[in-house]
Unconditional design. Structure first.
Length: 443
């Protein structure tokens, strides 16, 4: 009975302690060797009290060890008479049930997201800093043509470029584009990477998209636009030549027709027009050749501030140059890029001339050329003017070869500039609103 009743045991221990303490005192006074017996009794009672009171911390420690080891079968007895212990056991059992429910919900949630991941058409790959692939859905395995993905090194067997793209994504890059050839079929993949932390471990989620169809559609659209421009330019030159040549032939056919002074004058005028159209057509073909025969850039370090100031000196004789306020701003006087100086100069001259023409009718014209380094290690150069802006309906067309709104423009300046920037691994973008136009070069 005393084992089941905590208070009874506690009272008994107190009573025995009083009895043994009193006996110990009397025997010490009497100098009797029997003093050892009550001393041993006191030691035994204190030891048992300590053992009883340690039972609760041990039980709680045992419970948390079981939770840590994911042992959900743990159960503490609740049919006991000691009310505090009974309540504690009930609380521990209740916490254990709650943990089991949370685990079950988490498992269900994992299954839900896993099934959801399998249903999406986008390939998803999760990898750690070592390149180990922790998860890959069916779409990823299909797009990568590999069914058992465990490490990015396996991708070498598919395509070395694909392996290199994933290696770059593992290190630092957030976007890669790569062509993969499998069974004579070429697929263009776009890879996007995002970093997140899971239990203090950095993981990379890579999404994989097959953009072959989109690129094919864009390529067809580009060819159609180019063919329309070529047809327009060629027909504009050929039609008057054909018409004039027919008219001139009528002057001299049949051969017996007499040739007077008026016929000769008209013939000369017609030949001048034919010559003018022929020269224009030759100029157009040369422009096309210039666009398609662009040489590979020869890269070397170029100090941007020096290059821009040198180009502004060359443009001093351009009309309206001195009424425009130019401002050159750089992060530092020594800010430099690796580029082909001649080709980059051509891009700058095209953009500066366009900006000068844009501010011709502005009361206080100004052009700002601003260069700075980005956190990603690239260099951005912005050409800003306060002209009227580029209408939105033609903004997307200004980079199309031979598209121009100028009366005597060739329509290749901006398209050639974009091609040069692309060959340098860079880009050129435009943003415009009434009163401001910004061309941004990224290298």
């Amino acid at each position: 009975m005393y084992r089941q009743n905590f208070y009874f045991r506690l009272g008994l221990y107190i009573f025995l302690l009083i009895v043994f303490s009193g006996g110990l005192f009397l025997l010490v006074q009497a100098s009797s060797w029997y003093v050892v017996l009550p001393a041993l009794g006191i030691v035994w009672i204190v030891t048992d009290i300590i053992r009883v009171f340690n039972r609760i911390p041990k039980k709680i420690s045992y419970f948390f060890n079981a939770v840590e080891n994911e042992d959900s079968t743990l159960l503490f007895p609740e049919k006991i008479q000691h009310k505090p212990t009974k309540e504690m056991n009930q609380s521990l059992n209740r916490v254990n049930r709650l943990i089991q429910e949370v685990k079950l919900r988490n498992r269900e949630q994992e299954q839900y997201y896993s099934m959801l991941l399998e249903q999406v058409a986008t390939g998803i790959v999760v990898m750690n800093e070592n390149g180990s692939i922790l998860q890959a859905n069916s779409s990823a395995k299909r797009l990568l043509n590999y069914q058992e993905l465990t490490h990015i090194e396996q991708l070498k067997r598919i395509d070395s470029n694909l392996h290199q793209a994933f290696f770059q994504l593992k290190e630092e890059s957030s976007h890669q584009s790569v062509k993969v050839t499998h069974r004579n079929r070429v697929t263009q993949l776009s890879l996007q990477a995002t970093t997140f932390k899971n239990h203090e471990k950095a993981l990379r989620i890579v999404s994989i998209h097959d953009i072959s169809n989109e690129l094919d559609a864009k390529e067809i659209e580009s060819w159609q636009k180019l063919i329309r421009v070529l047809t327009h330019e060629i027909m504009n030159s050929i039609t008057p030549i054909t018409s004039l040549s027919e008219t001139l032939l009528k002057y001299y056919l049949p051969p017996e027709k007499s040739v007077d002074e008026k016929t000769v004058t008209n013939t000369v005028k017609g030949l001048e027009v034919i010559n003018e159209r022929g020269v224009g057509l030759i100029r157009f073909v040369k422009s096309y050749r210039k666009l398609t025969k662009l040489s590979n850039p020869v890269l070397k370090p170029i100090v941007l501030k020096n290059l821009i100031e040198h180009l502004l000196l060359l443009l001093e004789n351009e009309p309206n140059f001195h009424r425009i306020r130019f401002r050159v701003e750089t992060d530092s006087p020594n800010l430099s890029v690796e580029a082909d100086e001649m080709q980059l100069s051509q891009v700058f001259i095209n953009l500066i001339k366009n900006a000068m023409q844009a501010v011709e009718n502005v009361a206080e014209p100004h052009i700002i050329i601003r260069a700075h380094s980005t956190p990603g290690g690239r260099c951005e150069i912005k050409m800003i003017d306060n002209g009227p802006g580029i209408p939105s309906e033609i903004r997307e067309q200004i980079f199309i070869p031979f598209f121009t709104t100028k009366e005597n423009g060739s329509g290749i300046g901006l398209s050639l500039s974009r091609q040069i920037m692309k060959n340098h691994g860079g880009s050129i973008e435009v943003a415009s609103s009434p009163g401001t136009t910004v061309f941004t070069l990224s290298l």
